[in-house]
Ligand binder design. Structure first.
Ligand code: BV8
Length: 241
């Protein structure tokens, strides 16, 4: 029987109902800061403690958050896909929080990094982040003040692109959830998937600026529209098994 491979891309909208601010919504994360004050290498070099403090705050608020129904529905989808050998499942998140992991997602790529690890810009060692980085950037290995958040700043290459590219080219279904589709290269994923024959679906609170290559758009809160869509996707395949 032919495979149905699925790639899911999430953005900050999937974590909004867990209490984590999005970027570009009113009062969002960027509302308080300019991108180039907190999310560039220059900003880190210019004001390391300010940038590390920004991510320390993000880590603290992520610790207070819990996965919501959207995160849990994506775990159901991944589990169903693998239990019934329907095809490959890859979850790509632009988010730094670990709500997907805490919900139980397995095949996951944090393409913009994560809040739970740091690395040394001098010796390259990667560490899980224990306490706050602000004022505490001494590398335990080379002893230089060189630890930084494991976050992809603007202008830096996102993580896992070869794996994501291969999954998109082999995908039959591409679902984007809770993302404004502004940030490249994630914003180009639907186009690549569609050019390789995938059905592209957008589940989002706001209408996108352009439907680009999406063939289906379900508007609403992720905690409502994602479980409904997952139920539909599983129902479609339950008939075939
Ligand atoms: C790169 C980590 C080269 C840090 C982030 C000009 C044109 C095009 C591109 C560029 C350009 N100039 C520069 C670029 C490239 C640049 C870019 O895209 N800039 C943008 C601003 C134009 N990109 C880069 O620099 C990337 N690197 O290109 O390197 C390269 C490329 C390929 C191969 C090798 C090298 C690096 C980008 C990564 C930057 N780091 N995050 C941090 O998090 O602080 S990006 C940041 O934006 C987050 O990761 C976030 O996830 C991401 C996208 O934002 P969204 O998640 O979509 O969040 P947003 O608030 O925008 O939208 C939320 C959506 O959810 C909304 O639509 C809302 O309606 C919806 N929503 C809200 N609540 C709910 C909901 N939906 C459902 N339910 C709800 N309850």
């Amino acid at each position: 029987m032919s495979q149905t491979n699925i790639v899911v891309l999430t953005g900050s909208g999937v974590s909004a109902e867990s209490g984590i601010a999005t970027f570009r919504d009113l009062g969002g994360l960027w509302a308080g800061h300019k991108l180039d004050e907190v999310c560039t290498l220059e900003a880190l070099e210019r004001n390391p403690d300010f940038v590390c403090g920004f991510y320390d705050d993000r880590k603290r608020s992520a610790l207070q958050a819990l996965p919501n129904a959207a995160h849990l529905a994506l775990v159901d989808l991944e589990r169903y896909w693998s239990d019934n050998a329907i095809g490959e499942f890859l979850l790509v998140t632009q988010n730094l929080d670990d709500l997907h992991e805490r919900a139980g997602s397995k095949n996951l790529v944090h393409m913009h990094g994560d809040l739970n690890s740091v690395y040394c810009t001098e010796c390259g060692i990667s560490l899980s982040r224990l306490g706050p980085l602000e004022g505490n950037r001494e590398c335990p290995d080379c002893f230089r003040e060189a630890l930084r958040p494991n976050v992809v700043f603007f202008g830096e290459a996102p993580r896992g692109l070869p794996k994501i590219d291969a999954a998109l080219r082999a995908s039959n279904i591409f679902v984007a959830i809770g993302t404004s589709g502004i940030v490249y290269p994630a914003s180009g994923f639907s186009q690549l998937a569609a050019s390789c024959g995938a059905v592209c679906v957008l589940l989002n609170l706001e209408e996108p600026k352009s439907m680009a290559s999406f063939m289906d758009f379900r508007q609403g809160l992720a905690s409502l529209v994602v479980p409904l869509w997952v139920e539909e996707a599983i129902g479609l395949h339950a008939g075939n098994n």
